[in-house]
Design a protein around this ligand. Structure first.
Ligand SMILES: Cc1ncc(COP(=O)(O)O)c(C=O)c1O
Length: 347
């Protein structure tokens, strides 16, 4: 039995067109800005995301880190959602590498409250670290891939800007937000100073993320990327996939969203499981398994035995993510495997 891997959209493999592009990409030393394929990707990415300039980085984590390190220096404060990826899942890099002081504000369903953010920006006083940057996330991973509406994002950015803070957007899945909202991605980036998005998730590239902002921001980001060891050489072999992704893989994200929705609807009919349907806005399904009486590890092990790989959102949930490798047949089979995993119940 071939497992169906729904643990993440990071599980996607390159398309045939990407393999072809890798083979034929003109290459050079990107450290010297001499890789024509990287240069082309960066131009295309800046255009697609509505910013002046862009930079190819090895990962989303490094993209966030580089961006925050351009906006703030060690000892400064970053205002960040306590459920954000940058705070929750990036190994404490904002503290240990960037030397930033995180000041957390809790979001609800991925949405920060502008008043709470305003209150978190303390006045300049020798007792306080200097607040320098607000970090937003869209779509919001830990709330189930929910979209932060553009109007709210703009209000949050205004709160930060009025107080002299820069705004960075962790837009790892910004094209999911854009496609599901029927808006261009640039609508989500108009009022932020920098944005990071991933090529290696639903867009199916093997490696790589982009950061974008003004030309001056990207100039500084290039230096920080180098400092972190993220400057690469013949990176065009990877950038070639990114070009294909931006040209061919964005519109199809709507299929992942439709299939995630269908998956959620089917799962909601399985005894012991429930899904907050309002949270299913893009490619993720967070499933509440408390009704099964199983703990998350045990449930994930049963799913794996039945041939379905999911990820852990302990103690109450597991996560499934639809990606391009899941057609309608895989969605139906995933549901059947969940039913099977729970039916082998010997409690
Ligand atoms: C919202 C968000 N930001 C950043 C990242 C980090 O990306 P990477 O795994 O490429 O470091 C992820 C990865 O899942 C993510 O979901």
């Amino acid at each position: 039995m071939t497992p169906i891997n729904m643990s993440s959209d990071t599980q996607t493999l390159p398309t045939e067109q990407m393999y072809d592009a890798m083979r034929s990409a003109p290459l050079g030393d990107d450290m010297l800005r001499a890789d024509p394929t990287v240069n082309r990707l960066e131009e295309l990415a800046a255009e697609k995301i509505g910013k002046e300039a862009a930079l190819f980085v090895p990962s989303g984590t490094m993209g966030n880190l580089v961006s925050l390190m351009v906006h703030a220096k060690p000892g400064d404060e970053v205002i960040v959602d306590s459920e954000s990826h940058v705070y929750y899942y990036e190994a404490g890099g904002i503290a240990s590498v960037a030397g930033l002081m995180p000041r957390t504000v809790p979001s609800r369903g991925g949405r920060l409250d502008p008043e709470q953010v305003a209150a978190a920006v303390r006045k300049r006083d020798q007792h306080f670290p200097v607040p320098r940057v607000l970090c937003l996330e869209n779509t919001h991973n830990r709330s189930g891939g929910r979209i932060v509406p553009v109007e709210l994002q703009n209000r949050l950015a205004a709160v930060a800007h009025e107080r002299g803070l820069a705004v960075h957007l962790d837009g790892a899945r910004i094209f999911d937000a854009a496609i599901a909202s029927g808006l261009p991605a640039a609508a989500f980036t108009e009022h932020v100073d920098s944005v990071m998005f991933c090529l290696s998730k639903g867009l199916s590239c093997p490696v790589g993320s982009i950061i974008a902002g003004t030309a001056a921001f990207i100039e500084q980001a290039r230096l920080v990327r180098k400092r972190l060891g993220g400057a690469m050489r013949q990176a065009g072999i990877l950038a070639a996939c990114g070009i294909v992704a931006l040209q061919t893989m964005i519109e199809r994200l709507a299929e992942d969203h439709r299939r995630a929705r269908r998956l959620a609807e089917e799962i909601a009919t399985i005894p012991g499981l429930s899904v907050e349907m309002e949270s299913v806005q893009t490619n993720m399904v967070y499933v509440d398994h408390t009704g099964t009486g199983l703990d998350t590890d045990e449930l994930l092990a049963r799913l794996a035995t039945a041939g379905l790989l999911a990820s852990d959102r302990a103690p109450t949930h597991f996560r499934l993510v639809a990606n391009r490798h899941h057609g309608d047949a895989e969605i139906a089979e995933a549901v059947a495997r969940i039913r099977r995993a729970l039916a082998t119940d010997d409690r």
